[in-house]
Write a protein that binds this ligand. Structure first.
Ligand code: GLC
Length: 535
């Protein structure tokens, strides 16, 4: 019984960074056959959908987010045959496969760009954003790349600059030319025809830029750290016309049954929710508040409330705890909080997204400068430790063998393994009844079974203590749950009698505490979380 919910409403999404999940070839880089070998594990997590970061043909300047061919698999990851086999195997297990779509830019090695840069008269010149130099020969305006330096690179051969808000190997497509959108819609059709279940769309809020390329104004609240943040991005982000483009992507998606579009969007909640459109834009505009905000109960409580208030009618919420661009939650919130953080993710209202390794508490891995690979870190070595994303992309820790079971024991993994992999790994946590992995499984199992959790209402409960988040999840005619999470490191005794007199512990964060509790005097240890069944 799913009460008419669609799979992406009812289910849990798990993000795989393919380079780092499982290598089957011994080259030290993960691949599709590796993922295929690990489907039992994914099934054991009771996740419903796998989102794969890009696997298309790419020179890997931004590790696949620079696409040279949208309809080919990069040989590093395998062949189209491997892909078809993976898709089929995922489907046979009742799971879904979501691909990454990167429509904002291509690789500079994409045939479209090679053609575009060949001459000012190229038939594809206008597929990218070219402009003459400023009178002093410099870039056409003050726009900056998020990876450091100007957002413009001069092409000596034709004497014009092209726009790139990421690496210079990622020239941006010009969506003011309708041919570009048509070509991208064909990419969607190619993969939907193959049977994939949806796309996570990269930087979807950046697709359109100011036609007149006006300079961006200074940001009066700049903290002086990230150069890119010194301007207000009113001419490169969130332009009104971007919604027309998204509606076109959605129309093609709706030609197929039961597919999903998820948008990568870093915007304040009131802007974020406009990307639902009138149920005609993305199904899930990724909600990154748990990724962005300080890990403090009052901040998160208010963020949940603001999100719940802002959601348009019929819009389905979603929550993300981590991804391949941001610090891992166990590092950001502290290792002791990792369990409570997963409890929060898996008991909030809306589709949860887990980043690989969060279920075993993987942390950021410090990467020495000489081994760093990520373009923003390499372009800005003085800030590498702030902007570098390698630390969150290290190999999955499967067991305590050399190379953690990620690749052949004699291979060199593309990024170093975490120092703690011999003790923090899947095999070990699988065998420990009270491990974090088994907590994750207990949470997903409960969420899958209980209507209150997968589709019920959310209601905040006043816990009377700043550090503690408490909320009810309820669905008519079904068991109700009270979730109590201590996001701090002190012990508390709470009076939650407004929610009932007693309750039964369904899941405790240590997986040990059990039995009934008195809600008028509920003891909660440091970093402890409880999912309580009320009736
Ligand atoms: C998105 C991706 C990130 C990539 C960037 C450029 O933010 O998540 O990894 O570098 O877009 O494609």
């Amino acid at each position: 019984m799913d009460e008419g919910l669609l799979w992406w409403q009812r289910g849990i999404i798990y993000q795989i960074y393919p380079r780092s999940f499982q290598d089957s070839s011994g080259d030290g880089i993960g691949n599709l056959r590796g993922i295929l070998q690990r489907l039992d594990y994914l099934e054991s997590l009771q996740i419903d959908a796998i989102w794969l970061s890009p696997i298309y043909r790419s020179p890997m300047a931004d590790f696949g987010y620079d696409v040279a061919d949208y309809t080919a698999i990069d040989p590093i990851f395998g062949t189209m045959d491997d892909f078809d086999r993976l898709l089929d195997a995922v489907h046979r297990r009742g799971m879904k496969l979501v691909m990454d779509l990167i429509p904002n830019h291509t690789s500079d090695q994409h045939a479209w760009f090679i053609e575009s840069r060949s001459s000012r008269d190229s038939a594809k010149r206008d597929w990218y954003i070219w402009r003459d130099p400023a009178p002093d020969g410099g870039p056409p305006n003050n726009w900056l790349s998020m990876f450091g330096g100007p957002a413009w690179t001069l092409d000596e051969h034709t004497g014009q600059y092209y726009l790139h808000q990421f690496a210079r190997q990622q020239p941006e497509l010009n969506y003011r030319n309708p041919e570009v959108l048509r070509a991208m819609l064909d990419v969607l059709r190619f993969w939907f025809d193959k049977g994939i279940d949806g796309f996570r769309i990269d930087v979807i809020w950046l697709l359109l830029k100011d036609e007149d390329l006006r300079d961006e104004p200074l940001n009066p609240t700049w903290d002086g750290i990230q150069p890119h943040a010194q301007f207000e991005h009113i001419y490169t982000q969130n332009l009104p016309g971007v919604h027309d483009l998204i509606r076109a992507l959605r129309r093609v998606t709706d030609e197929y049954e039961n597919r999903v579009l998820i948008g990568e969007i870093y915007l304040p909640v009131e802007d974020l929710v406009t990307y639902y459109g009138d149920e005609d834009e993305v199904h899930l505009p990724f909600n990154f508040q748990l990724v962005e905000l300080d890990w403090k109960a009052p901040v998160i409580r208010e963020a949940i409330a603001a999100y719940e208030r802002s959601l348009p009618e019929r819009a389905w919420p979603n929550w993300v705890l981590g991804n391949h661009d941001r610090h891992r939650i166990a590092t950001r919130a502290g290792a002791a909080q990792a369990r409570a953080a997963n409890m929060l993710l898996l008991t909030l209202r809306g589709t949860p997204t887990t980043y690989y390794g969060e279920e075993i508490g993987m942390e950021n891995v410090p990467i020495p400068l000489a081994l760093m690979q990520d373009p923003p870190a390499l372009n800005q070595p003085e800030m590498a430790h702030v902007v570098g994303r390698d630390p969150v992309r290290t190999p999955m820790q499967w067991d305590d063998s050399p190379n953690a079971g990620f690749t052949h024991p004699d291979a060199t993994p593309w990024l170093p393994l975490a120092a703690d992999y011999e003790t923090r790994n899947v095999a070990r946590q699988d065998a420990e009844p009270a491990s974090m992995l088994n907590l994750y499984r207990a949470l997903t199992a409960l969420r899958c079974q209980e209507p209150a959790l997968y589709r019920g209402a959310y209601q905040a409960v006043e816990a009377g203590v700043d550090d503690v988040l408490a909320y009810l999840r309820t669905a008519d005619g079904h068991a109700r749950f009270l979730v109590v999470l201590n996001l701090g490191s002190s012990q508390h005794t709470l009076d939650l009698s407004a929610a009932g007199s007693t309750a039964q512990i369904a899941i405790a964060s240590d997986l040990l505490r059990a039995g009934n509790v008195d809600l008028a005097h509920l003891a909660l240890g440091p970093d402890e979380g409880l999912v309580l069944r009320l009736d």
